[in-house]
Design a protein around this ligand. Structure first.
Ligand SMILES: NC(=O)c1ccc[n+]([C@@H]2O[C@H](COP(=O)([O-])OP(=O)(O)OC[C@H]3O[C@@H](n4cnc5c(N)ncnc54)[C@H](O)[C@@H]3O)[C@@H](O)[C@H]2O)c1
Length: 243
């Protein structure tokens, strides 16, 4: 896939999937603006560090990326947080954090990016949902709900903005070997390497996803190879259903 001359904004760029995605986009020729709480040390054409819970920062990100890169062809709303537990174990803070990062931030970024892309003749947006937003999973009620929300928003935006030449899709991974998953194991007292290996046994392909497995699918959705894919929720799960 060729991204020469393309400009991309990636949120969650310092995370497991984000790091891999930024590397791959740049290796394929894209100019990339990276957004995360801290972006030092990430090789990129523009660093736009900040907190996605701050609406002033989030509303401004697409224009700042376009100004820094000389245009905005691709946005990847990849940042996310996971809160665990049934609703009875979910605090107000968990709810606000999950909604803020997983739903409100991508909403604000899409709302600001779409007019920029439309005025330039089009673009692509890839949101990161989850298999856990397509079907219910145990003990992650609010996380699943937020991923269902971004999945639905993606389908609606995919319809609403196709006529402007903007394709909006979502990638829906199951388990991925990133700090998000590994820190959860560590918090619960498991050795992350052992837990990841054991979890791999539950996947028909024999292993959980590595960040590169997801980044490659995001690249596909961002590229012209997916030019007729619009409003899609693409499951990337190694054959494993939510259980
Ligand atoms: N790891 C998995 O098993 C898995 C499965 C399905 C979907 N996902 C989704 O993939 C995406 C990437 O996840 P990952 O596994 O790479 O996780 P990660 O925790 O490694 O990375 C997430 C990144 O988002 C950033 N972020 C979180 N809150 C932020 C805020 N308020 N402001 C700015 N940046 C913020 C973090 O700093 C971090 O760098 C997320 O949307 C996640 O929900 C992950």
């Amino acid at each position: 896939m060729e991204f020469a001359g393309k400009s991309a904004l990636v949120t969650g760029a310092a995370g497991g999937i984000g790091i891999s995605l930024v590397r791959r986009l740049r290796a394929a020729g894209a100019r990339v603006a990276v957004a995360d709480r801290l972006t030092e040390g990430i090789e990129a054409e523009a660093h736009l560090a900040g907190d996605l819970l701050d609406p002033v920062y989030t509303d401004a990100l697409p224009q700042r990326a376009a100004d820094a890169l000389g245009g905005l062809d691709i946005v990847v709303n990849n940042a996310g947080v996971i809160t665990r537990g049934a609703v009875t174990e979910t605090t107000d803070q968990d709810m606000a954090l999950s909604m803020g990062v997983n739903v409100e931030a991508p909403f604000r970024i899409c709302r600001a990016a779409i007019p920029i892309m439309a005025s330039a003749g089009g673009g692509t947006i890839v949101n990161t949902a989850s298999c856990w937003g397509l079907r219910p999973g145990p003990k992650h009620a609010v996380y699943c709900m937020t991923k269902a929300a971004i999945a639905s928003l993606t389908q609606c935006m995919g319809m609403d903005h196709a006529h402007q030449g903007i394709r909006i899709n979502a990638v829906c991974p199951n388990e991925v070997n990133t700090p998000m998953l590994r820190s959860g194991f560590a918090k619960r007292g498991f050795d992350p390497d052992t837990a990841v290996a054991e979890l791999g046994q539950t996947v028909p392909l024999g292993r959980i996803a590595e960040p590169e497995d997801i980044a490659d699918v995001i690249l596909f959705l961002a590229s012209d190879a997916s030019r007729y894919v619009c409003g899609a929720l693409l499951e990337v799960n190694g054959g494993k259903p939510v259980s």
